[in-house]
Design a protein around this ligand. Sequence first.
Ligand code: NAI
Length: 680
Amino acid sequence: MRAVLESLDGGVMLIRLGDPSEKVVTFTPERLQSLREIIEKLKSKPPAGVVITGPSLEMFTVGADISLIQEVTDPKIGESLAKEGQAVFAEIERLPFKTVAAISGPCVGGGFELALACDFRLLSDSPSSTVGLPEVKLGIIPGFGGTVRLPKLIGIPKALDLILAGKTVRPKKALALGLVDEVIPSHALIERARSVAAGSLRLRRKSIGIKDSILSGMLKGVVRSSAKASVLKQTKGFYPAPLKALESVFAANYETEAKLLGEAIVTPESKALTHVFFLTELSKSLGKGAKKHLDNMSASVIGAGVMGAGIASILAASEIPVTLKDTAEAALTKARAQVRGFADSLTYLSPSERNVLVSRVNCTTQDPPIGVGIVIEAIVENMAVKKKVLSELASKLGDEAIIASNTSSLSISEMAKEIPNPARVIGMHFFNPVPKMPLVEIVMGEKTSDKTIALVAGLSVKLGKFPIVVKDVPGFLVNRILTPYLNEAAFLIQEGYKIEDIDKAATDFGLPMGPVRLLDEVGLDVASHVSEIMVKGYGSRMEAPALAAKLAATGALGKKSGVGFYDFSTKKPRRDLYSVLALPKEKQGSSDIQDRLILSLLNEAILCLDEGVAGAPGPEAAKQIDLGSVMGFGFPPFRGGILYWAQKTGIGKLLEKALELEKKYGARFKPKFKAERVFY
Ligand code: NAI
């Protein structure tokens, strides 16, 4: 697809970056070439000014084509791709008339770098408008001039804040930061941009400010070292791209930027991050077909506990009206406060928009209205209670109303047994805290229909989540893979290893927290309940020392009670841990800990793949498992997901390790894979 040239009034020309039928615009070689041709034309016959815009109010440009990024394996090719983009944008910057970017919809990465090469940037107030440079999230750096132009525009400190974290911002913030010159209603965008390009309207540019000027000048050495320290603290050295971006910002020249882009684009971290990007795209496509059925959908959530209130909040944020039912008034009072707190955390909304969000949640002790589109159940984790509540409810609702359960461990097929039309019964397993956790496991019961799956996947995407579709097995996918890993932590504690050493082995691998800390977060009562379910479902292979249950019996439930394995008042391991657990004294050293933890995850992930828990065994199922591992329990994104990581590490090498662990620690490490295994 190509950029096209159109005429506006007053001798101003409009460059439209794509065809209105294009939902997503990327800088393919073809589009860059068309832009080059347009620039030549404009140079030969200069207009009064130029406006550059996207194909529609929902899209400006998202930058480079990510499949091209993924294919580059030679740094020289990466460098020359950057230079090509830089050259086109430099031509735009040098044009002898005013250039105005009229932005509506996403304008990120290379798209925003194009806007930075224009004289002015106007941004529409459309909800889909965002600007920023998220390149580091793909393990690369802005390579089309962004690391040079952005610091010039807004000063080094603010530019670093955006570039190093790969942030994108909405209109209000973009204006406050000086990324754009004006925010205006979508319908007035082009005409306003035309007036600026024609010179009939003058805009005052926000100045950088004294403090940022000093920090970008005299004190830039200090800014550089503190930014480097903060990157290293945040990324723990796992992500090379932010450091390269930092180097590029301080080099402040296009040559260096292109060279550093070339270096970044071939790193294994960049390849893993682009792999994860494609996994999220695949997930988003799951519910595509259901889009139109989701318009005007109403929802009801049953159970206003921490999960129910969270689910109601995100439904309301997606403009879906929701009734939130609980039998206890006290729960509803708490839920109202939770929804309010959630709305107030959305700082990009105005106070009145936040009030509207809150008003979409109707907290009630009454049953949902008969015509409701979907009911999401989040009451106590008890099969008998859930069955009773759902079958009573189903008999009162229309036959087509979808009935979803947020159960974290109970069988959907069993739950559906007494419900008329069980094809509409499904699991919709959100993670806690609902607004933050990106994954939803969609659990298929024996009778769940494809239509129900598509609708619930579509709804999950609408709610801003990434769905994966999994089989109705105990623990579903994520908790099942996690169980042997959490169990291994219990074996290690039992052997006397220090909990901080166990957790450090996991965080040194790149996991966001270690398994012992995770148990404390989940709650030791909940964890031991899940453990029982897993042993019941899978037998003795899921058995482990019942340390969480032992602590829970003393009232130490983890974070929620202030003490678990850790003491949350000191944020340190509790001092009397080994005596409370009646275990031998703590052991020094950490031999094999990391391998024992990660191979436990891997073995179970491969079993899930082979048993079809994430669909017919093959690359598609491997993708769902990788996404589940990254989004469900924070498997390091720079490693691309558990199966992708295993393949890149070398299956043969991992097999040897597993056999060694089997010899040392027993049958639970018996490898579930052969040396020649491939996942992708
Ligand atoms: P919770 O105990 O905080 O809330 C349950 C709510 O349901 C209570 O307010 C209770 O009054 C209400 N309730 C009980 N019977 C009811 C009925 N017949 N009609 C209407 N309301 C009723 O529980 P939480 O943690 O929110 O969990 C709810 C469900 O979500 C459970 O199935 C749980 O397994 C699942 N889940 C929980 C996660 C967590 O981390 N807490 C994570 C993922 C799923």
